[in-house]
Design a protein around this ligand. Structure first.
Ligand SMILES: [Zn+2]
Length: 431
């Protein structure tokens, strides 16, 4: 390697280290953005581009369109955690919710759990927004938790439940009435003014006020196991009601909606489970997209926390006709299940991957999607709409962090350099 090449090499290494060790953040105030009617953030847990494609093929056929892929702004973002490794749902939800990369397992706390990180939901509340969280898992699970709670470990469900009970979120819809999750806090929340509801009928008749809707003891029934008489609302029904309730407050609102179980179907490499959850996700986005088309001030964002399973859609040969809105519940479900069987898919494994995920949307600040490279940028897009600033609230959240990936990389380079020097010295000695 000549000295000029060596210089280039050194510059490249320095750039790599600077960009990896020192994650960039800037708290700057932007130009005026029209104040939003609301921000709706959809997160498909474990949902890669191929999950969206599988749902599209099954529900609408090869020439049909996915509402997610038809959003006017489309981009992709990295989901890696603070050390540059594969993320879990806690670290990625923390990145989306707070604009800070962290260690796997943390719930809205920084890498060494020395600092609570202000979430986008809290920023929205501080700016007079009504807020809501909807999920198909128990609400103490990592993704919803990272918007409302602060804890060093995602498994500390009681501490997380206590945080959620004190978070003053106006609309909470999902699972988790067991005392292992939110159960011990329900009566306290009722005395704080929440209406507690447990089924679809009660949800339908609710038109105003703070709502705690826990429809199962743990998580909602997967779509492929549900039947027509189920008392549980679907993700679409929860989405519709949450938006209605938040709109009724006459305030701007922030709403996070998670399709939690696309991830679980993918961990099982179960295409039917995965596809039917992904279809419900797409239907919910389709509904919100319809609203955003009527309201230019509604900020809609759709993303995933990470990809799960390394799913690839290979080929398809459909014999079963398309599911129709006019079909009854069972017919529609059975058509979907049959059509998933007519698509050949492959999975890499049963874990999370480092594949980039979609970030798509429409609304006041959506053109920024084109510049977004990581989930911390998803946070900034939302924050800018609310208070005109970008970057996290805790700008010192990375202080003291050692990036072990970079340390390992530099160590290997160092050992290689020493070996080369020793070998060269031996060679010259022999001559
Ligand atoms: Zn997962």
């Amino acid at each position: 390697m000549g000295s000029r090449n060596l210089n280039k090499f050194a510059i490249l290494i320095s750039l790599f280290i600077v960009s990896t060790i020192l994650p960039s953040f800037s708290t700057s105030i932007s130009n005026d953005i029209t104040p939003p009617t609301g921000i709706i953030l959809f997160i498909g847990d474990g949902t890669g581009f191929e999950h969206i494609e599988l749902a599209r093929l099954v529900e609408y056929g090869p020439v049909g369109g996915s509402a997610i892929l038809e959003l006017p702004y489309q981009g992709s973002v990295s989901t890696t955690n603070i050390d540059g490794f594969t993320t879990d749902s806690a670290a990625s939800a923390t990145a989306i919710a707070t604009g800070v990369k962290t260690t796997n397992g943390r719930i809205a706390m920084n890498f060494d759990a020395s600092m609570d990180l202000t979430t986008i939901l809290e920023i929205a509340q501080d700016n007079g927004y009504a807020t809501g969280v909807v999920a198909t898992c128990h609400l103490t699970h990592a993704t919803p938790a990272a918007f409302m709670a602060h804890d060093p470990a995602r498994g500390n469900y009681q501490e997380i439940a206590e945080d959620i009970s004190n978070a003053s979120v106006d609309v909470l819809l999902g699972g988790g009435s067991s005392t292992s999750y939110l159960g011990n806090y329900i009566s306290g929340m009722e005395s704080e003014g929440y209406s507690y509801i447990t089924n679809k009928t009660e949800l339908n008749s609710t038109t105003t006020g703070s709502i705690l809707g826990l429809f199962t003891s743990v998580s909602l029934t997967p779509m492929y196991l549900k039947n027509e008489t189920s008392a549980e609302p679907s993700l679409l029904e929860m989405t519709q009601k949450a938006i209605e309730l938040l709109n009724s407050t006459m305030k701007p609102f922030f709403l996070m909606i998670e399709a939690s179980q696309i991830d679980w179907g993918s961990h099982d490499n179960d295409a039917v489970y995965t596809a039917l959850e992904a279809i419900e996700f797409e239907k919910s986005v389709r509904y919100a997209k319809g609203l955003a088309e009527q309201d230019a001030n509604l900020q809609l964002l759709v993303t995933a926390d990470h990809e799960t399973g390394g799913l690839d859609v290979d080929e398809y040969d459909f014999l079963t006709e398309l599911p129709l809105d006019t079909d009854d519940f069972e017919t529609r479900k059975n058509k979907r299940i049959a059509r998933v069987g007519e698509v050949s898919v492959s999975w890499l494994h049963g874990g999370h991957t480092m594949r980039e995920v979609i970030l798509a949307g429409m609304g006041p600040n959506t053109q920024k999607i084109l510049d977004a490279t990581h989930h911390i940028d998803t946070f900034s897009i939302m924050r800018e709409v609310i208070d005109g600033k970008t970057g996290p609230v805790q700008i010192n959240a990375y202080e003291g962090h050692v990036n072990w990936f970079v340390v390992g990389f530099i160590s290997i380079l160092g050992v290689a350099a020493i070996l080369t020097a020793v070998l060269t010295w031996i060679k010259t000695k022999r001559k």
